[in-house]
Design a protein around this ligand. Sequence first.
Ligand SMILES: [Zn+2]
Ligand SMILES: [Zn+2]
Length: 206
Amino acid sequence: MKTVQVRLLYPSNVKSADVSAVLKGISSLERFGVLIDDSPIDRNAIRPVRLGRYLRRIMEAEGPQTVDFKAFGVRLADIFAISNKDVLGFGLMVPELFLIDKDGKEQRPSIGAGRYNDVALLSLFGFAEIEEARMRLRAIEVAARHEAGHLFRKGHCTEPSCVMQEKPVRIESMIFKPEFCQTCKEQIEANVNLREYEINHLAGVG
Ligand SMILES: [Zn+2]
Ligand SMILES: [Zn+2]
């Protein structure tokens, strides 16, 4: 029986305190039965990861990166992969991250991104503006929880205290909404169970 798995990938030059904060955020998914592990980015670590090579390219770039998860080209490598790409990747990156909007046009800066059953990214760039070290790490942890949540929950939550609310303009205010609400917990749990069923019973899902 395969277990639903999320792997935190990080460049080797990222500080261990930052990696720990991200891991703490992602590890919230363990309560739903998700297996979490982490590794500096390398060939073996990315091999079973969905969009692993794409993640690697973004994470190893020096300058700002613009991401369009819908771009078809980036998916070919996975479609023709020999091995199953069942592990969902969570990429930690240092440079600034820009996202393409739903209409496919506008680029806007973002601290992170997460796509259902697919891939998540968090950029440390925006957290540099938080001067107090402990608050910065806490904000990184909560933001990581939010993006990891998107791996099993589509869209945002309207419950005011929920970590899955749309990200605020001032990212340090994220720390006041650190946890999943009951509705999100139930959705995530259901979607983790669904994914577990799919990776165990349906060939070619990935
Ligand atoms: Zn979000
Ligand atoms: Zn919620």
